[in-house]
Design a protein around this ligand. Sequence first.
Ligand code: UT7
Length: 325
Amino acid sequence: MSRYSRITGTGSYLPPRRLTNADLATELASQGVETSDDWIVDRTGIRARHFADPGVCCSDLGVEAARNALQAAGRQASEIDLIIVATSTPDMVFPSAACILQNKLGVAGCPAFDVQAVCSGFVYALTVADAMIKTGAATKALVIGAEVFSRILDFTDRTTCVLFGDGAGAVVLEASDTPGIVATDLHADGKHVGILCVPGHVSGGQVLGNPLLQMDGQAVFKLAVGVLEDAARAVLAKAGRTEADIDWLIPHQANIRIMQSTARKLKLPMDKVIVTVDQHGNTSAASIPLALDSAVRSGRIQKGDTLMLEGVGGGFTWGAVLVDL
Ligand code: UT7
């Protein structure tokens, strides 16, 4: 009998501090940086984002999302035998946010590690967990996307600091006789490292290079709209399905215009696209599981629905996962 993996519970967590565009514009104006609600909504679709308070780390957000997912799946943390955290903003250089999170869950023993693929991190982590479950290396996995991007934003750069937010989302993924995860498709092209990066690094007790996010927004935009269509078509081909089989498209939540373009290319109406970028901003690896959980909890996404999850981001990385819920 074939072995597959299936999502059995979803969870998410947003830090309580919520800033509307107007709130952020006021804060930035006090530092001489000019922006407006109109510009941000018009160019991105973002209306608000959440920022973690000082001292709150990636693993703090991730563990809350994980607890919510465990509860939804009816599982105890002690039953989990694999923990993967997708993040680009871990608590420390090492150990991994996954190890810190495992300890916060009060468990020990199972493998725990981070996956670093920036905004594609969750589809990468889900693909790794699916593969480990299929081979028998794991039976019940926690797959978490958690980010505190507010820590790496340059608040003097209005072209980037208005775009991102903090948060976490998680799923419990369990071995199953039926899929579950129907097909996955991952890619990277390292020649685009420079268009979206945090080049700073720790060396000899100092941070060398700029430790804040820098992005060529237009270059990222152009690449994103192309690869999201390609990844969706590739994963559908692997699954032997068509666009008509997709009940919900859950793309990485970076910019409503990228999502609209992807939906148009896949001939999907926008009412089949889960959109949370307006309320969360771009939460990088957390954006897809946050969007998934909010749509599950609001009742829009139902058990039995077919979901297309799509990530794209720094690296350049991109990928898609087709899911029967
Ligand atoms: O998570 C990884 C994926 N990341 C993404 O997908 C991001 C992809 N890129 C984008 O979403 C868009 O390129 C941005 C939202 C970042 C920028 O939108 P755009 O339509 O490409 O704007 P632009 O960079 O061409 O800037 C247009 C104007 C410029 O002014 P001038 O030169 O025309 O006078 C900017 O200086 O808008 C100005 N501008 C702003 N104005 C007010 C840039 N940022 C702001 C701002 N507030 N925050």
